[in-house]
Write a protein that binds this ligand. Structure first.
Ligand code: IPM
Ligand code: MN
Length: 352
């Protein structure tokens, strides 16, 4: 029997509630496919910070590094100033564990949940490969004369050839493996950000030409990309982009696939500890009410199994989610599902 050690960070707000359901479904899948998942829980998050003053103990990164996969609920607490937990936990883990890919599938399971007119599941099925370690997220920059009328704030986008190229290579490989339209779209802003996206564009064509001649190369400016997400989402197969643009377009992606209740992502280090999360955040106003949709966390669990190589079990979870979405749930939004959080977990587990 195959066995995997999984680190679990429930985190803040509704994080622990949705992770409970993800584990329920993972356990049902493990039983069916004869796997063994051993969970180790970590209490990182806002509560721990408010209690101890410590965001992430220094030993945490080293400990987490030993796990092949981490399942994360949500980070962000209403009583903690924005940025402290996000930078101190989420971004620190993404960077220090070198999870240089943020993989976000955008897939519509049922047209009832799509806010776009006449768009059906066959129109919305693409994947965003977001660079996850560089760009505007590194914290490079600073203030001068802070608080005075001539204050200066500089926030720099860092793009290294190595960082950009490894992200592009991952995206090309992913497009090849996905084996759909075999089209990779670089999403950038070459008309204005003429340093950063010049590097991206050159690397994109060099790598593509040399090593991925079977993959069509396509380019879209980020502003046009948001337009096409709404107008022609069926044009996309795989999109590769930098950290900031990827952050922005994947929220729009989540909306066209049915909302934050269903959107999952993976922070991937192809050679190391990778971290899977529902992308919706901690939703403080729904915390503890049993109304939040756990499907995004369940889908994060599915992505985790897929990453671990358990593709059959992962596919079975996806099929059960699709069945629940198409045949049972009334709505994907919190409080409108027709089921409680824990009933949705039971439902998916029983459909497996
Ligand atoms: C996301 C989130 C994070 C990001 C925040 C919470 C730091 O919005 O995962 O998309 O900006 O990457
Ligand atoms: Mn985001």
């Amino acid at each position: 029997m195959k066995s995997y050690n999984i680190a679990v960070i429930g985190g803040d707000g509704t994080g622990p509630e949705v992770i409970r359901e993800a584990i329920k479904v993972l356990d049902a899948a493990s039983q069916k496919f004869q796997l063994k998942l051993n969970y180790t829980h970590f209490d990182f998050g806002g509560e721990r910070y408010l209690r101890t003053g410590e965001v992430l103990p220094d030993s945490a990164v080293g400990e987490l590094r030993k796990f092949p996969a981490i399942l994360l609920g949500a980070i962000g607490h209403p009583d903690v100033k924005p940025g402290i937990l996000e930078k101190g936990i989420l971004l620190r883990l993404r960077f220090e564990l070198e999870q240089y890919i943020n993989l976000r599938p955008v897939k519509l399971y049922d047209e009832r949940y799509c806010p776009l007119k006449d768009k059906k599941p066959e129109h919305i099925d693409f994947v965003v490969v977001r660079e996850n370690n560089e760009g505007l997220y590194t914290g490079a920059g600073g203030h001068v004369f802070k608080g005075t009328p001539h204050e200066v704030a500089v926030q720099e986008s860092i793009n290294t050839r190595r960082g950009v190229e490894r992200c592009l290579r991952y995206a090309f490989e992913y497009t090849r493996k996905r084996n759909k339209d075999k089209k990779l779209t670089l999403c950038g802003k070459t008309n204005v950000l003429t340093f950063a996206f010049d590097l991206w564009e050159r690397a994109f064509h060099e790598v593509g030409k040399a090593d991925f001649p079977d993959i069509k190369r396509d380019y879209a400016h980020v502003d046009a990309t948001t337009m096409w997400f709404v107008k022609n989402p069926e044009w996309f197969d795989v999109i590769v982009t930098d950290n900031m643009f990827g952050d922005i377009i994947t929220d729009l992606g989540a909306m066209i696939q049915g909302g934050m209740g269903i959107a999952a992502g993976g922070n991937i280090n192809p050679q190391g500890a990778s971290m899977f999360e529902p992308i919706g955040g901690s939703a403080p106003k729904y915390t503890g009410l049993g109304v939040i949709n756990p499907l995004a966390a369940i889908c994060a669990g599915q992505m985790m199994l897929d990453f671990l190589g358990e593709t059959v079990a992962a596919k079975a979870i996806e099929d059960a989610v699709i069945k629940a979405v198409r045949e049972k749930l009334h709505n994907l939004a919190a409080g409108k599902m027709g089921y409680t959080t824990s009933q949705v977990g039971d439902l998916v587990a029983s459909l497996l």
